[in-house]
Write a protein that binds this ligand. Structure first.
Ligand code: PMP
Length: 330
């Protein structure tokens, strides 16, 4: 029999699949790792499990406790899943640029949400960092995972994502590409792949144009879950060989192509990571294998990246579109 005891036992062990159409003209093999197949729909299920395990072990989270975290949505889902299974309350703080679908998914799992303005500085009292700090102080028994600094975030990727990629490619991976948000994914996975390969795997970050990782000042961008206006402790720049900056327009155009041409419905940070991977792959040969991590699925972005009106309203007119062929109900 093949039966998981709880939903939490299905986290990780996500598959790799080869890209065919968007990679035309590229000599290297380009594989994507589908993190949307985690039960909560993103790579963040991995960090949630390890962060909560460690907090229980260290006595930071006691029975009846409350988890308080600023999150773009995916970390919230992971934490909500684990919290629900173990009887904790969750309060999540989100910037208002996060789509309604992503918000509703958190409340569906039983979490409470607080929405804050995107357009204020991190040290402003209404920023999502400040509001979550205040709630963590005020709510009795609160535990703030702080995914931006918690070492268990990168560690979860060091212990699971990295070994899975090495195992599933039989050690043939030569390049690893991931978007950088907290930096946990690239730091943990990258560190493992460098160590296990005798430091031959090259680690490439993908970043929205304007974010600090690629030399920006934090200028706003629309792609969600990646880029920062400060340097989080979860990110170790020493692990990363190169960071490639990608525009919103290119990220969203590729996100649509992945759905239309490869049958892979993912979020904007996945399109961004694939654009960076293809740029890196321009210089590579058939001997190279590039693994790109795709953090989440596209269902949370149907009203944005996959909506022609929304795309046009931001001037993204270069993106390929699907077709509506008449409406019989009209
Ligand atoms: N893409 C999405 C959609 C995310 O939610 C996140 C996490 N913030 C990332 C990419 C980046 O992952 P990390 O925080 O590990 O750098």
């Amino acid at each position: 029999m093949k039966i998981a005891d709880t939903i939490l036992d299905l986290i990780g062990d996500t598959p790799l699949v080869r890209l065919h159409k968007v990679t035309e003209g590229v000599a290297a093999t380009v594989l994507v790792k589908l993190e949307y197949l985690n039960p909560g729909g993103s790579s963040k299920d991995r960090i949630a499990t390890r962060i909560i395990d460690a907090a229980e072990r260290d006595g930071l989270l006691l029975p009846g406790g409350t988890i308080v975290e600023p999150t773009s949505g995916n970390t919230g889902v992971g934490l909500a899943l684990v919290a629900q299974q173990r009887g904790y309350r969750c309060v999540f703080v989100l910037p208002d640029k996060v789509g309604e679908d992503k918000r509703n998914v958190l409340t569906a799992y039983g979490a409470e949400i607080v929405v804050t303005p995107t357009s204020v500085a991190p040290d402003h009292p209404d920023s999502y960092y400040s509001v979550s700090d205040r709630l963590a102080r005020e709510i009795p028994g609160a535990f703030k995972p702080n995914q931006y600094a918690n070492p268990n975030g990168p560690l979860s990727h060091y212990e699971t994502t990295g070994p899975e990629i090495w195992r599933d490619t039989d050690g043939t991976v030569t390049h690893f590409v991931a978007g950088v948000g907290t930096g946990g994914t690239i730091t943990g996975t990258g560190r493992y792949l460098r160590e296990v390969s005798g430091d031959t795997v090259r680690i490439i970050g993908a970043d929205p144009e304007g974010s600090v990782y690629s030399g920006g000042t934090g200028r706003p961008y629309l792609v969600e879950g990646v880029g920062e206006d400060f340097w989080p402790a979860a990110y170790d720049p020493a692990v990363v060989h190169e960071v490639i900056a990608v525009s919103d327009a290119d990220s969203f155009a590729m996100t649509r192509r992945l759905a239309l041409e490869e049958g892979i419905l993912v979020g904007g940070s996945s399109g961004m990571a694939v654009v960076a991977a293809l740029r890196a792959a321009e210089k590579l040969t058939a001997a190279d294998t590039v693994v790109v991590l795709l953090p989440d699925g596209g269902r949370g972005y149907l009203g944005k990246i996959f909506n022609d009106g929304w795309m046009r309203s931001y001037g993204f007119t270069n993106a390929p579109a699907g077709h509506t062929v008449g409406n019989l109900l009209e």
